[in-house]
Write a protein that binds this ligand. Structure first.
Ligand SMILES: *Cc1c(COP(=O)(O)O)cnc(C)c1O
Length: 352
């Protein structure tokens, strides 16, 4: 008998503090109690992103934060470089195209990471660079700090915007310290809350450069409202309360938590190696594993082998659909869980 478990890179197993917060009576979002919680969540997120700027809490998923950043930091016609090496970096290209930007794609094989040499090959000038820190569709981790540095050496006026959706709380991250201007995250990933919030981080430089547009995701309206603990529209206040509650416990021990996530992922990759599974990413993100399917085995078979053991896993997206499977312990879990999942891999992946 198995308890149902999510081993997916979002949504994830919830933190008990999130569950506790969600069980509280409904708050009115324009009450003093709600404002206090909102400001607590906002300050906690600013500490997590390591920014002296502001983190805006948006009701929507991680993509809402990505969309809001592109729309509010670049005017239509702005020229941005987008390295594409997976499903989520592809999403940056789609969002920017939809926002009327001139998108210069840098196509790399899925699973690869972006190197400064790749950026060098792109013909400027550019107003911005859109990067994916942890490309969850392939399990690859980019060195966004080095990339931002290399890009800004050539285009000092540009803005570097990062999808940190599966890297924040899972891997080291710094906004201004790494030369980044803005970043996005979502509630159903490393922070172990339910889906429903997008977090949009703006450095002081990005705040100065804001070119607000749009109605619902207008960041100038949000900056104004959120500085006093409200938001322009009715926020998912219950999820904001869950965010605040988890941060209170997580922030003081973030370095240990990040070390745990790395160790868990190493255990799963080591088990994959023992089973002769071929990893997809060139540089491994601690947020998820991504393995090619064994010869002659379908994703449906692997999925079912985990499902009978209570676990939900996930397959490939885009061009990796039907070719890979992914496992993640980004959610609430410890080393014990990693060893249990490793043993389950040995049992579930015994085919033929
Ligand atoms: C989950 C995820 C997103 C956002 O997806 P939503 O469904 O909008 O929350 C974006 N980028 C990465 C790398 C992700 O893992």
């Amino acid at each position: 008998m198995y308890r149902p478990r999510l081993l997916t890179p979002g949504p994830v197993e919830l933190h008990p503090k999130a569950l506790e917060a969600l069980a509280r009576p409904q708050l009115h979002h324009r009450s003093e109690a709600a404002r206090k919680i909102f400001l607590q969540a906002k300050a906690g997120l600013e500490a997590a992103f390591k920014t002296q700027g502001q983190v805006l809490i948006l009701t929507g998923s991680g993509t809402a934060a990505m969309d809001a950043l592109v729309q509010n930091l670049f005017a239509p016609g702005a020229r941005v470089l987008v390295p594409v090496h997976g499903n989520f970096s592809e999403r940056w290209a789609k969002i920017a195209t939809e926002a009327g930007l001139e998108v210069v794609r840098l196509n790399l094989e899925w699973g690869r990471v972006v190197r400064p040499e790749h950026l060098e090959s792109a013909q400027g000038p550019f107003d911005g660079l859109l990067l994916t820190h942890s490309e969850s569709s392939t399990g690859a981790l980019n060195d966004v700090r080095t990339l931002a540095q290399a890009f800004k050496a050539r285009f000092p006026e540009s803005l570097v915007v990062v999808d940190a959706i599966t890297s924040l709380f899972v891997s080291e991250f710094e906004l201004e310290g790494w030369g980044l201007d803005a970043a996005a995250c979502g509630s159903q990933k490393g922070i172990m809350c339910p889906p429903g919030l997008g977090y949009a981080a703006l450095s002081p430089r990005a705040i100065e450069r804001l070119k607000p547009r749009g109605f619902y995701l207008n960041l100038a309206s949000e900056l104004k409202a959120q500085s006093s603990g409200e938001s322009a529209w009715t926020p998912a206040i219950n999820l904001v309360a869950a965010t605040a509650a988890v941060l209170e416990e997580l922030l003081p021990r973030l370095p240990e938590h990040i070390a745990l996530k790395r160790q868990q992922n190493e255990i799963l990759y080591a088990t994959g190696q023992e089973l002769s599974l071929k990893p997809v990413p060139e540089v491994k993100s601690p947020a998820t594993t991504c393995f090619y399917l064994p010869e002659g085995v379908s994703y449906a078979q692997v999925k079912e082998a985990f499902a009978v053991r209570g676990a939900t896993i996930i397959g490939g997206q885009g061009q990796l659909k039907g070719r890979v499977f992914r496992l993640s312990l980004m959610g609430y879990s410890d080393l014990y869980d990693a060893y249990a999942v490793a043993q389950m891999m040995r049992e579930a992946l015994r085919f033929g």
